[in-house]
Design a protein around this ligand. Structure first.
Ligand code: FES
Length: 157
């Protein structure tokens, strides 16, 4: 089973290299394609991209860590992001964060076991006058209190 998966991933990356070319400039489009298809870039895929492009794996990893839209771990169906920038911080972000963590039983940076929710911190969401601000997928929630956050999360499928 594992061998089959490995072969499928290698084959997929070989096709991407054939499509985008073997140069360094192909690195980002190849990683984006893998991310689109798998929702993250597994360790094995990172190694294979490095091998097939003939670059160091650290280079692949540093590109992935630079771009927020590229992930090395699978994420949940819903991404909940809480603003951690100063204005929201002063407006009570901490108590909202604690209530969310308590409700979901995970920490920020983690994903629930059922893959329903990934928790992340975000930087200013442009709602500084209405903090603490939270964004779930594309939708922004202003003036979130701990109680409101728990209520909103209960509606996330
Ligand atoms: S500081 Fe949180 S939205 Fe700007």
């Amino acid at each position: 089973m594992l061998v089959l998966e490995k072969n499928a991933m290698t084959e997929e990356i070989e096709q991407l290299v054939a499509k985008f070319g073997k140069g360094r400039s192909s690195l980002l489009p190849i990683l984006q394609s893998i991310q689109r298809k798998h929702n993250y870039i597994p360790d094995f895929a990172q190694q294979e991209v490095a091998r097939l492009l003939d670059i160091h794996p650290v280079e692949v990893y540093s590109v992935i860590s630079f771009y927020a839209f590229l992930n090395t771990k699978p994420k949940g169906r819903n991404i909940v992001r809480l603003c951690q920038t100063i204005t929201c911080d002063l407006a009570g972000k901490k108590s909202v964060a604690l209530a969310i963590e308590r409700e979901l039983g995970i920490k920020f940076g983690e994903t629930t076991k059922d893959n329903r929710i990934t928790l992340e911190y975000a930087n200013c969401l442009g709602m500084c006058d209405q903090g603490p601000a939270m964004i779930i997928n594309e939708r922004v929630y202003p003036k979130v209190t701990p109680e409101k956050a728990v209520e909103i999360l209960s509606e996330v499928k």
